[in-house]
Design a protein around this ligand. Sequence first.
Ligand code: CTP
Ligand code: MG
Length: 229
Amino acid sequence: MASTSYFALVPAAGGGARMGAECPKQYLPLAGRPLIRHALATLCAVALVERVYVVLAPDDTFWPEAEFTDLAAKLRVLRCGGATRAESVANGLRAMAGIVAADDWVLVHDAARACLTVDHVETLIRTVGNDAVGGILAVPVADTVKREAYGRIAATVPRDSLWQAQTPQMFRHRMLATALAAAPSVTDEASAVEALGLKPKLVAADTTNLKVTYPFDLHLAEWILANRK
Ligand code: CTP
Ligand code: MG
């Protein structure tokens, strides 16, 4: 079998409604750079990752081209974002199709997970690189989990087998494109692959790989980036 290559696909076409800022959250300043620069720089720094595709909204006027000149060798901008995250990913996969082979790995990563490290990515690649299905970074749920009904606790859900999904989520190009075409309303890639009856691998990461969603998360992310050795 020909050797497979690794590509990254970063959906960044969201509006950041929960952040409530003047611009989409991926363009807010974080540790002196636009938020989106952090994850893209990390992915470009992974030697095994051949190319990093970022999916922007077609009418995006905020993309700071000048911040990315040093990443130009690996970074490619696709202006084909859709109405949902899944649609942005599916559109990105379609745009990559000429360059990426059916069995090549695609690591889909949220632009909003700015604290991703090269080590996180290399752990995922090392653990999943020979897998038949693919896998995702995730963390075991730490809190006791309650199911709610009408403002009251309907049940306590045993947490011992519960994990919180993160990104990157790593699947082969053809499998992921097929999965998303069949399940267009999923909130992550793994759900679409699960709907095919397959069982993606869980790879333990840690809570520093948080998704910047609300204003306070910016402070957390800033602290994590500043205190990392
Ligand atoms: N995303 C995307 N296309 C969309 C919606 C989201 O590419 N139509 C991207 C976001 O830019 C982000 C990632 O998917 O990098 C995860 O989404 P989320 O954190 O929910 O970001 P937003 O959708 O922008 O935020 P919100 O849900 O608060 O509006
Ligand atoms: Mg969203």
